[in-house]
Design a protein around this ligand. Structure first.
Ligand code: ISE
Length: 352
């Protein structure tokens, strides 16, 4: 399903009062705080009116800097605040209860990945949204709003390179948090590539195999890097290098090999410098920097959707499928074997 897919409208959304879209943010860690800043800054037409987080210092910082009402508890915030939409940026294991609370109240939600910590929990969310009758959840796969990747996808969709045959992906982080475990590069980071492949190829993953080469001394407790082979239903094969302690910077690259040509995302950004016998370009230091514009567009499009009474962008279903494939990747990593990925049947609500 493409990110431009608009939800089936049944029944219509409640009428919104005129004025800026009033947003509540659940979770004031790095992601939540960045969203507050974006909404109070250059994303127009919105205002963060409430936020919640168990951490007192985070609440105080946001009260002082932005003058927003803060709460410890998400349900208390949802009960007491006049809001038009909610951003969920809390740890993944809290998403189910928070998403269900928002769905019960009929509130549009922008939820950071993962949708839920387990597939059965994710299915609960899908069931609740389907029972509601119209989409309310946009999942935070911000790459779908990235210029560079959108051009690559548009080139493939325009058939300019013929039939896609192979895809090569690179996903490198300079380093990761100390609590990161080996599986996280699959059940967290790799979900971006899984979603990219589904968007790019309009196709589903049917098999996955994770290979682990010699590991980097930069993180001796982790199996890092990893090489992941993803087989698509059409026969296209994608390889993904996941390397989360690459040290030098943050990089996401993709090349599609087609029957009539190839298309590749640009390397680095900004001007190309030639100096002292070298040629070079800047590499971003983090995902927040690399995808800053994508996050802005993602949030701006979500706000426009609330204004227009539609939910578009990557769906809860996209989130569930990405987690389902990622779970198969974890199984392959642990067993050392190729794992077949069962097809999931999308409810009508999510079919374009
Ligand atoms: C990390 O897991 C994320 O969630 C970020 O969205 C992504 O850009 C980063 O590369 C991942 O490692």
């Amino acid at each position: 399903m493409s990110y431009a897919t608009v939800a089936r409208q049944a029944p219509g959304p409640p009428q919104r009062r005129p004025g800026p879209v009033r947003v509540a943010v659940i979770g004031l860690g790095r992601m939540g705080s960045d969203h507050v800043r974006r909404l109070m800054g250059d994303v127009g037409g919105a205002q963060v009116v409430a936020a919640c987080d168990p951490d007192a210092a985070a609440r105080e910082r946001h009260e002082d800097e932005f003058g927003i009402a803060t709460f410890i508890n998400a349900d208390a915030m949802l009960d007491e605040s006049p809001i038009d939409g909610v951003i969920i940026a809390s740890p993944g294991e809290l998403h189910v209860a928070q998403l269900l609370s928002c769905l019960e109240r009929g509130l549009p939600i922008l939820c950071e990945k993962p949708l839920a910590p387990t597939i059965s929990a994710g299915q609960q969310i899908i069931d609740a949204e389907v029972a509601h009758g119209r989409r309310l959840i946009q999942l935070g796969f911000m790459r779908r709003f990235d210029d560079e990747l959108s051009h690559l996808v548009a080139t493939v969709h325009s058939n300019e390179i013929g039939d896609p045959l192979l895809v090569h992906c690179v996903h490198r982080n300079p380093s990761v948090r100390p609590t990161y475990v080996s599986e996280n590069s699959l059940n967290d980071s790799l979900t971006h590539e899984i979603d990219l492949l589904r968007w790019l190829l309009n196709d589903e993953v049917v098999g996955v195999q994770v290979m682990v080469p010699r590991s980097t001394p930069n993180a001796p407790h982790l199996a890092d890097p990893k090489l992941i082979l993803l087989e698509m239903a059409s026969g296209v094969i994608a390889d993904v290098e996941m390397y989360v302690n690459a040290a030098y910077g943050y990089e996401v690259r993709c090349e599609v090999v087609g029957s009539e040509g190839t298309v590749t995302t640009a390397v680095g950004s900004g001007p190309v410098l030639r100096h002292t016998g070298r040629v070079g370009q800047r590499i971003e230091a983090s995902w927040a920097e690399r995808f800053a514009q994508s996050y802005r567009r993602e949030v701006a499009s979500w706000i426009r959707g609330i204004d227009a009474g539609v939910t578009a962008g990557p769906s809860a279903w996209d989130g569930l499928v990405a987690s389902h494939v990622a779970a198969a990747a974890v199984e392959s990593y642990r067993s050392g074997r190729r794992v077949a990925v069962d097809a999931l049947a999308a409810p009508t609500l999510y079919r374009s």
